[in-house]
Design a protein around this ligand. Structure first.
Ligand code: DOR
Ligand code: ZN
Length: 354
C-alpha cells in the first residue's frame, strides 16, 4: 500500500449551476474522491457562466450544500468584467480566460479585451488560459508584458510544449498542465473511442498525433501539473447529431498515471509533484491537515463506466486494464472514501478560499 498526499485537480467542470443532468457538486466531488482528489478547482463555463459576485455566490451556495471534497470556483473573464472579477479574486480559485474554441459563452477573441484582465487581476492568484497553438503564444506574451503568472490549460501539441520550454528558459512566468487523455490517446484511437458514434471523441483541444504525444512525454519536466479537464456530457448527448466536446476524467487519471509508473514511464515523485506540490503552489492553496490517499500499486483492474460516480455514464478508457487502484481517501481526519464507497455526506467539502 502506497500513501500519497490528497491530490489536487486544478481543472474540472462540475456543471452546476445549469446542467446538473451531466454532473453536480455531489456526483462530481464523489467522482473526485474516488479518483484520489481532495481539492478540485471548478470551471466557470456553467449556465449562467460565473463572472461576478452574484453568479459566484450561485455556484458557491450549491457547492457548500453538496460538495463532498474541498473545492474552489474559478471566475470567467468576459468582455466587461475585469474590475468585478478582480474585486472578488480572494473568493475565487483564479481567473479563467477562454481564448479559443470551447464549450459555452465565455470566449474572448479580441486581444484588446484581454488587456484589462491582465492589468487588474491580482498577481498572487492565477490567470488560467484556455489557449491553443498561436493563441497560447499570445497568452505567454501577455504574461511577459504584464509581468505576471499565466497558467496554460491542457496543452496537447509538440509546438506548445516547446514554446513553453523556451518561455520558461527566458524567465517568463508561465506554467502549464496536461490531461491524461492527451498523454494516453492519439487521433489513431478515435475509432476505438467512438464505438461507431462519431461524437464520443469530440474534445477541445482535440486528440493530437503520436508525434505530439511523444513530445509531451519527452518534455514531461516542462509540464507543471496533471489536470483532468473532467468535462462530463451524457452518453446520449455525446452520441447525438450535435455532440458537445469533453471527456470525463476524475476517476481514471490516477489509475492511468499509476499504471504509467508501473511501466516506468514516470516516477511516483513526478506524480506527487504534478498532482500535489506544483498545483498547490501555482494556485496558492492551503494545507489540508490529516489528509492522504492510499493506493494499491499492484492491483490490476479494468476501467468500466458502470463503476464510476460521474453522472455522464461513459469513459473514453472503457475496458482499459490498469495497474494501480485508489483504496482509501482520508480528508481532514475523516475517511471519505474506502473500498469503492463514499463515506462522507454532502456538504462535507469546504471552500478552500472560504
Ligand atoms: O472538451 C472540452 N470540454 N473543452 C472545453 O474547452 C470545454 C469543456 C466542457 O466544458 O465541456
Ligand atoms: Zn476545461
Amino acid at each position: 500500500m502506497l500513501k500519497l498526499p490528497g491530490l489536487i485537480d486544478p481543472h474540472v467542470h462540475l456543471r452546476e449551476p445549469g446542467a446538473t443532468h451531466k454532473e453536480d457538486f455531489d456526483s462530481g466531488t464523489s467522482a473526485a474522491l474516488a479518483g484520489g482528489f481532495t481539492i478540485v478547482l471548478t470551471m466557470p463555463n456553467t449556465k449562467p457562466p460565473i463572472f461576478d459576485s452574484e453568479t459566484l455566490d450561485l455556484a458557491l451556495t450549491a457547492a457548500s450544500k453538496k460538495a463532498r471534497c474541498d473545492y474552489a470556483q474559478f471566475v470567467g473573464a468576459g468582455p466587461n468584467n475585469a474590475d468585478k472579477a478582480a474585486s472578488i479574486a480572494d473568493k475565487a480559485a483564479g481567473l479563467k480566460m477562454y481564448l479559443d474554441s470551447t464549450f459555452g459563452e465565455l470566449r474572448l477573441d479580441d486581444m484588446s479585451l484581454w488587456q484589462a484582465h491582465f492589468e487588474k487581476y491580482p498577481k498572487n492568484y492565477p490567470i488560467v488560459a484556455h489557449s491553443e497553438s498561436r493563441s497560447m503564444a499570445a497568452a505567454i506574451l501577455f504574461a511577459a508584458i504584464y509581468d505576471r503568472p499565466v497558467h496554460i490549460a491542457h496543452i496537447s501539441l509538440k509546438e506548445e510544449v516547446l514554446v513553453i520550454k523556451a518561455a520558461k528558459e527566458h524567465g517568463i512566468k508561465v506554467t502549464c498542465e496536461v490531461c491524461p487523455h492527451h498523454l494516453f490517446l492519439t487521433k489513431d484511437d478515435i475509432p476505438d473511442i467512438s464505438h461507431g458514434n462519431a461524437g464520443r471523441d469530440e474534445v477541445r483541444p482535440r486528440l493530437a498525433t503520436k508525434e505530439d504525444v511523444d513530445a509531451l512525454w519527452t518534455n514531461l519536466n516542462v509540464i507543471d501539473c496533471f489536470a483532468t479537464d473532467h468535462a462530463p456530457h451524457t452518453i446520449e448527448e455525446k452520441d447525438s447529431d450535435n455532440p458537445p466536446p469533453g471527456f470525463p476524467g476524475l476517476e481514471t487519471a490516477l489509475p492511468l498515471l499509476l499504471n504509467a509508473v508501473s511501466e516506468s514511464r514516470l516516477t511516483i515523485s513526478d506524480l506527487i509533484e504534478k498532482m500535489y506540490t506544483n498545483p498547490k503552489k501555482i494556485f496558492n492553496l492551503p494545507d489540508q491537515p490529516e489528509t492522504w490517499v492510499e493506493v494499491d500499486e499492484n492491483s490490476v483492474y479494468e476501467i468500466k463506466a458502470v463503476d464510476q460516480f460521474t453522472r455522464c455514464n461513459w469513459t473514453p478508457f472503457e475496458g482499459w486494464k490498469v495497474k494501480g487502484k485508489v483504496c482509501k481517501v482520508v480528508l481532514r481526519g475523516v475517511t471519505a472514501f474506502e473500498d469503492g464507497k463514499i463515506l462522507v455526506e454532502k456538504g462535507f467539502g469546504r471552500n478552500v478560499r472560504g
